[in-house]
Write a protein of this length. Structure first.
Lengths: 651, 448
C-alpha cells in the first residue's frame, strides 16, 4: 500500500515536472528585511500561491489551499483582502511612500474588502456569507461585519473599484496567535519548514507592529481566464533587535545602529526551504536615502558592496539596484540570498551588522495625516482631519511643476458608525489656519449619511490642496447618539471606535524599479514592488466615549414611568367623573345624619307626630354605612395580612 | 360690556409697551449674544423634530441633490425646509441663524397677537356668566398674550432656534380661525399644525365644536331649565359650517400633500416623508434625552415589549380625548388647551416650546380658573424642575459625575407637575361651571 502510494506520489511529481510549462500551481516564499531609521527592523514575509484557471486545470489542487479555492468559487470573489493588524504603522519614521508602507500598513484590528462578480443585488448577500465563512476560517469575529451598520460600499475613493466592492473594518478586534495559526495552515508547509518556521509566536507578538494579510485575486469568472487564483499572504512585522552586542570596533559619539540576525530577531533559524516551494529567498533592502547617506558620509564607496559600512554573515547571491528612483539622490538596493540549496548544510541564519554609524530618514508620504476628536462632554463633538505637508513633498512638487499654480490631490474616505451623527453641512476647511470656502478646496464630495441602526455614514472627498500650504485641516461636527441598553458592548464605558479614514494620493505612484540582472530568478515580491500603486495611508482609530444609561435600572424605569402614566390617567379620569350632585348629597348627608341613632330619632319623631316618615336622604346613609362596613372589612383584612406576614417571616 | 372695553382700551398702551419690550429683548439677545446663549443644543429646547441644526443638514442634503430624509437627520416637513432652509444657508461666522431668529420672533409675536384676539373674543362671550358670579373680570387676552411673550420658556425656545414657534403659531391660528368662525383659516391652521407635528390632529374635536356651536359658554344644561324652554342656545350647532370645515381641511390637506410631493419629487415620494416624520414620531427611534418620559423608557425597556408599550403610550393620549370632549364640550377653547397640554406631556419628543404654548393658553382662562388649587406649588415645581434639569443634564453628560437617573428624575417630576396642572385646571374649570350653575339658577329665575 505504502509502496503504491509512494509510486503514485512519484508519478504525480513527474507529471507535475513535465507539465510545468502549461499553467502550474506555484508556491513561493520570500522574506525581506529592511533596517528602519529608528533602530528597528522590518521583516516582511511574502508567500504566494497560484492556482491555474479551473477550465484548463480542473478542480483538484496539490498546493493551493482548498478552503480558499472553495471560497472564491462559492462567493464568486474577484478580489479580496483581509488583514489582521496590531499596532500602528509609524508613517513618520518607517516611511509612507514605498510599496510596503502603502500596501501593508493597515489599520488596527481587522480590515476586509472584497469585490464580487455577482449581480449588484446579490452583493450584500455574498458579503454576509463571506464574513461568516472567514470568521470561521480565521477564528475571528469577522461576522460582526455582516451587519449593515458595519460595512459600506465606497463609490470611487477606495481603490477606484466601484460597484461590487464592499469594505468594512473592525478596529476593536484583538489579533493573536489563534488568527495566525489558520493563516499558516493555508501554506503548504505550514510553519514546519521553510521561511515560515521562523515565526516564533512570542517574538512576533512582542513586536511593535504586525500585520498579517491575505490578498486574493482571481479571474476565474472572466471569459478568458489567464492567471487563475493568486493568493498572496504577507506578514509584516516591525521588531526591535536586541542592541546588547554593539560592535566593539567603533567608539564614536554617534550610536551604532543595532546589528541583527534571524536568530536574534526570531529566536529561530531556517533549516531549509519548504520542499514544495518553487523558490525560497531572503532579501535585505536598503533604502535610497540610507544608501545616499552612506555615500555622503564616507565618500570612498562608489563601486562598493557595502562592506565598509555593514556586513552580512552570509554572502549575498545577487544585488539589485533601483533605477528611475523617485528620490533623486539615492537609489535603493536589494541584496538577495537564496536558500534553495541549504537543505543539507548548516541552518541558514542571516546576520547583518553595521560597521559605521549612519542616520537617515525614510521617504514619507506627501502629507502627514492625523485625525483627532475635538470638544468635550458626551453630547457633541467634532472630528478633525489634519494634513501637514512634509518637506519632501514640497520639494518634489516644486520640482514637478513650478510656475503654474499647482495643487495636490488628496482622496479621503471615511466611514463613521451611525451613533456618531455627523452634520455634513458643518464641514469646514482651514488652510494654514485660515478658513477657506469649500468650493475652492473640495473638488468632489459624495456623502451617504448614516441611518440609525441601518447603515453607517460614508464620506468620500477629493481635496485639491495648494502645494505651498503648510497645513490644512478639515472639521466635521457631530452629535453623539444614545443607544438602547442592549446595543452597548459589555465594556460600554470604554467607548466606541471610529474606523480609520483612508487617505490616498492618486497623483503619486509608488514604484520601485529594480534593474534585474540575468541571474536573478523571478521573484513575486520584487515584481509586486515594481507595480504602480497609489500611495495610501490610514489615520488613527478614534475612540469616542458615549453616554451610558444606567444598565441596572430597566425594571425601575418601567415601573416608575408606568406609575406616572397611571397618575395621569387615574387622576384626570377621576376629575372628569366626579359628579357634583352626588358630592353635595354626600356632604349634606354627612352634615345631617352622622349615625343610625339620628335616623332612629327622626323615625321616632315622625311616628310621634303621626306623619309618614320620609328619609332625609335615602341612599346616603345606607351607602355610608356600607362604606363603613367595607372599610372595617378592609381594615380587618389588612391587619390579618400584616399579622400573617409577621408570623410568616418572623416566626 | 362698556366697562370692560374701556378697561381694555385703558390697558392698551401698557400691553403694547410690554409686548414690544419682550420683542426687543429677544432681538437684543439674538443679535448681541448669538453664541454665548447656546440654547440651540439644549435638549429641553430642540428635539430631533424641531432642531434647526437638523433642518440645516436636511437643506444641505437637498442642495447636494440628495433626499433631505437621507440618513436619520431631518424629520420635519419638506415645506419648512423650503421656507426656512434658505435662511440657514448663509454660513458666515456669527451671523449664522440671524434670519431664522427673526422669523421665529415674528412667529412669536403673531402668536401672541392671535392669543390676545382669542382672549378678547372669549371675554365677550364670558362676560355675562362672570357677572353673574360677581367675580373680578381680568383682561384675559392681554394677560395670556403677555404670559406667552414673557414666558422664559417661550423666549428660550425662540432663541434656541427650534421650529416649535411655527408649530405653536399654526395651532393658535387654527384656534383663532375657529373662534372667529373663519372656516378656511381654522382648517389651514389645523392641517399645517398636524402636518408639522402630528399631535395637533386631536384638536379637530375642539375646532369642530368651536365652529359648530361657538365659543366657550357655561354648560347648556343651566339654561335648559323646565321653565326656560325657549332655547337660549339650544339649536345653533350648525352642521353646514362643520361640513364646510371638513371640506376646507381636506382641500388644504390635499394642497399640502401636493406641495410636499412637488418638493420631494426628485428624491422620494410621500411614503418616505410619512415614514420619516410621522413614523419617527410614533416609533420613538431617537433615544436622546429630552424632558419627556419616553426616551429613557425606550432606552431601557426590553425589545420584546417595545411595540406593546409604544401602543400603550400613544393610546393614552387618545383614551382621554373622548371623556374630555364629553365633559367639556361646552368649552371648546378650554378643551383645546387641555388637549395641547396632554399631548405636550405625553408626546414622544416634547420640548419646552410646547409647554410655553399651553402655559400661554392657560392665561386665557384666568377668570374661570381664578380659584385653582396648588397654583403656587405648581409654579415652584415648574421653576424647580426647569432649573434642576439643566444641572442634572450637565452632571450626566458633561461632567460625567451624575448618571441618567438624575436627569430622568427631573423629567419625571416635570411630567408629574404638568399632569397636576392639567388635572387641577380641568377640575377647577368643572368647579367653575358648578359655581355658575349654582349662581345661574337664581339668575334664570330672575329673568323669568
Amino acid at each position: 500500500m505504502s509502496r503504491f502510494l509512494s509510486i503514485s506520489i512519484l508519478l504525480l511529481f513527474v507529471l507535475y515536472v513535465s507539465s510545468e510549462s502549461a499553467g502550474e500551481e506555484e508556491f513561493t516564499e520570500e522574506l525581506l528585511f529592511r533596517p528602519l531609521p529608528d533602530r528597528k527592523v522590518l521583516s516582511h514575509f511574502h508567500f504566494e500561491s497560484r492556482a491555474p484557471p479551473t477550465n484548463s486545470y480542473g478542480h483538484h489542487h496539490r498546493l493551493f489551499p482548498k478552503a480558499i479555492y472553495q471560497l472564491v468559487h462559492k462567493y464568486r470573489i474577484k478580489q479580496m483582502e483581509l488583514s489582521f493588524t496590531q499596532g500602528r504603522w509609524n508613517y513618520d519614521s518607517w516611511g509612507g511612500f514605498d510599496p510596503i508602507a502603502s500596501s501593508n500598513a493597515k489599520p488596527p484590528g481587522v480590515e476586509l474588502w472584497a469585490v464580487f462578480d455577482v449581480p449588484p443585488d446579490q452583493v450584500d448577500a455574498s458579503w454576509k456569507n463571506l464574513t461568516h465563512t472567514l470568521s470561521g476560517l480565521f477564528c475571528a469575529s469577522i461576522n460582526f461585519l455582516e451587519s449593515s451598520t458595519a460595512y459600506s460600499a465606497p463609490d470611487w475613493s477606495f481603490r477606484s473599484l466601484s460597484g461590487n466592492l464592499r469594505y468594512g473594518s473592525l478596529p476593536r478586534e484583538a489579533v493573536c496567535t489563534e488568527n495566525l495559526t489558520p493563516w499558516l495552515k493555508l501554506l503548504p508547509c505550514r510553519d514546519k519548514s521553510g521561511l515560515s518556521s521562523l515565526m516564533n509566536r512570542p517574538s512576533i507578538y512582542s513586536g511593535f507592529y504586525h500585520s498579517q494579510r491575505l490578498h486574493l485575486t482571481s479571474d476565474e469568472f472572466d471569459p478568458v481566464a489567464l492567471n487563475g487564483i493568486v493568493l498572496e499572504q504577507t506578514l509584516t512585522i516591525v521588531l526591535q533587535p536586541d542592541s546588547l552586542e554593539t560592535h566593539p570596533s567603533f567608539s564614536g559619539s554617534r550610536k551604532l545602529q543595532p546589528s541583527w540576525s534571524m536568530s536574534s530577531l526570531f529566536g529561530k533559524t531556517v533549516d531549509g526551504k519548504c520542499a514544495l516551494a518553487k523558490s525560497s529567498n531572503v532579501y535585505v533592502q536598503l533604502e535610497g536615502s540610507l544608501v545616499y547617506n552612506m555615500k555622503n558620509t564616507w565618500n570612498s564607496i562608489d563601486s562598493y558592496e557595502g562592506d565598509s559600512n555593514f556586513g552580512f554573515t552570509v554572502s549575498p547571491d545577487r544585488m539589485m539596484k533601483e533605477i528611475n528612483s523617485v528620490d533623486k539622490e539615492g537609489y535603493s538596493i536589494i541584496y538577495g540570498f537564496s536558500i534553495n540549496n541549504d537543505h543539507s548544510s548548516k541552518p541558514f541564519d542571516l546576520g547583518f551588522w553595521w560597521k559605521l554609524p549612519v542616520t537617515w530618514s525614510c521617504v514619507k508620504a506627501p502629507l502627514r495625516v492625523s485625525r483627532f476628536l475635538m470638544g468635550s462632554g458626551n453630547e457633541k463633538g467634532a472630528i478633525a482631519l489634519s494634513l501637514q505637508s512634509t518637506e519632501w513633498s514640497q520639494s518634489l512638487l516644486k520640482a514637478d511643476n513650478d510656475g503654474e499654480k499647482c495643487n495636490l490631490r488628496v482622496d479621503v474616505f471615511q466611514l463613521v458608525p451611525w451613533y456618531i451623527k455627523v452634520y455634513y453641512h458643518t464641514t469646514k476647511i482651514y488652510v494654514d489656519g485660515a478658513s477657506q470656502s469649500l468650493g475652492d478646496i473640495i473638488e468632489k464630495m459624495s456623502v451617504s449619511p448614516s441611518e440609525d441602526k441601518v447603515s453607517p455614514g460614508v464620506m468620500e472627498m477629493i481635496l485639491r490642496l495648494p502645494c505651498d500650504m503648510k497645513s490644512a485641516s478639515l472639521t466635521l461636527e457631530f452629535d453623539k447618539g444614545f443607544l438602547h441598553i442592549d446595543e452597548y458592548p459589555p465594556d460600554a464605558n470604554q467607548g466606541f471606535d471610529i474606523p480609520s479614514a483612508i487617505i490616498s494620493y492618486p497623483d503619486f505612484q509608488t514604484r520601485l524599479q529594480y534593474k534585474l540582472d540575468t541571474t536573478s530568478i523571478k521573484s513575486p515580491m520584487v515584481s509586486k514592488m515594481q507595480e504602480r500603486r497609489t500611495i495610501l495611508s490610514y489615520t488613527e482609530v478614534l475612540l469616542v466615549p458615549l453616554t451610558t444609561p444606567d444598565f441596572s435600572m430597566p425594571y425601575n424605569v418601567i415601573t416608575i414611568t408606568c406609575t406616572v402614566f397611571a397618575l395621569y390617567f387615574g387622576s384626570l379620569l377621576n376629575a372628569l367623573r366626579r359628579r357634583v350632585g352626588e358630592e353635595e348629597r354626600l356632604r349634606k348627608s354627612k352634615d345631617k345624619s352622622t349615625g343610625k341613632l339620628r335616623l332612629l330619632l327622626s323615625k321616632l319623631s315622625a311616628k310621634l307626630r303621626g306623619k309618614p316618615w320620609e328619609p332625609p336622604s335615602s341612599t346616603p346613609p345606607s351607602s355610608s354605612s356600607k362604606f363603613i362596613s367595607t372599610k372595617v372589612v378592609i381594615k380587618i383584612i389588612l391587619i390579618a395580612a400584616i399579622a400573617f406576614g409577621w408570623q410568616y417571616y418572623d416566626g | 360690556m362698556e366697562e370692560s372695553s374701556g378697561k381694555t382700551t385703558k390697558k392698551h398702551p401698557w400691553f403694547w409697551s410690554s409686548a414690544v419690550a419682550s420683542i426687543v429683548l429677544r432681538l437684543v439677545l439674538i443679535v448681541y449674544f448669538p453664541n454665548t446663549l447656546n440654547f440651540s443644543s439644549r435638549p429641553e429646547v430642540s428635539t430631533p423634530i424641531t432642531s434647526l441644526r437638523r433642518l440645516a443638514e436636511g437643506y444641505w442634503l437637498k442642495q447636494s441633490s440628495m433626499s433631505p430624509y437621507a440618513g436619520s437627520m431631518y424629520h420635519g416637513s419638506p415645506l419648512l425646509l423650503s421656507i426656512l432652509g434658505p435662511l440657514t444657508g448663509d454660513r458666515g461666522e456669527g451671523q449664522s441663524h440671524l434670519l431664522c431668529g427673526l422669523a421665529f420672533v415674528i412667529a412669536d409675536f403673531i402668536t401672541a397677537i392671535l392669543i390676545r384676539a382669542i382672549g378678547q373674543l372669549l371675554q365677550v362671550a364670558d362676560i355675562q356668566s362672570l357677572k353673574s358670579l360677581g367675580a373680578k373680570n381680568f383682561p384675559a387676552g392681554d394677560i395670556a398674550a403677555l404670559v406667552y411673550l414673557w414666558n422664559p420658556l417661550t423666549i428660550i425656545t425662540c432663541l434656541g432656534y427650534s421650529t416649535s414657534p411655527i408649530e405653536n403659531l399654526m395651532i393658535v391660528l387654527s384656534l383663532y380661525g375657529a373662534c372667529r368662525r373663519l372656516v378656511p383659516l381654522a382648517a389651514f391652521g389645523l392641517v399645517m399644525a398636524s402636518h408639522l407635528s402630528l399631535y395637533p390632529v386631536i384638536l379637530i374635536i375642539p375646532l369642530v365644536l368651536l365652529i359648530g356651536s361657538g365659543l366657550d359658554t357655561p354648560p347648556r344644561k343651566l339654561f335648559l331649565q323646565p321653565n326656560h324652554v325657549d332655547g337660549y342656545k339650544k339649536t345653533n350647532f350648525s352642521r353646514r359650517r362643520v361640513v364646510l370645515f371638513f371640506l376646507w381641511a381636506s382641500v388644504w390637506a390635499l394642497y399640502v400633500l401636493v406641495l410636499c410631493s412637488i418638493s420631494l419629487k426628485e428624491y422620494s415620494g410621500l411614503g418616505e416623508m410619512f415614514k420619516r416624520t410621522y413614523g419617527f414620531i410614533l416609533s420613538v427611534e431617537d433615544l436622546s434625552p429630552n424632558i419627556g418620559v419616553l426616551w429613557y423608557f425606550f432606552a431601557e425597556v426590553f425589545d420584546f415589549f417595545r411595540d406593546f408599550f409604544l401602543i400603550v403610550f400613544h393610546i393614552n393620549i387618545l383614551f382621554m380625548v373622548l371623556p374630555l370632549a364629553i365633559r367639556l364640550h361646552h368649552r371648546p377653547c378650554f378643551l383645546a388647551f387641555v388637549y395641547v397640554a396632554i399631548s405636550s406631556i405625553l408626546k414622544s419628543y416634547p420640548s419646552v416650546g410646547d409647554s410655553a404654548l399651553y402655559l400661554g393658553l392657560l392665561g386665557l382662562f384666568v377668570n374661570a380658573l381664578a380659584d385653582m388649587q396648588f397654583s403656587f406649588f405648581l409654579f415652584s415645581g415648574y421653576l424647580g424642575t426647569l432649573l434642576l434639569s439643566p444641572v442634572m443634564h450637565n452632571l450626566w453628560i458633561w461632567r460625567g459625575t451624575g448618571n441618567a437617573n438624575f436627569y430622568f428624575a427631573t423629567a419625571m417630576a416635570y411630567a408629574c407637575f404638568q399632569i397636576i396642572l392639567v388635572v387641577e385646571s380641568v377640575s377647577s374649570m368643572l368647579n367653575h361651571d358648578r359655581a355658575l350653575k349654582k349662581g345661574a339658577t337664581p339668575v334664570a329665575k330672575k329673568v323669568q
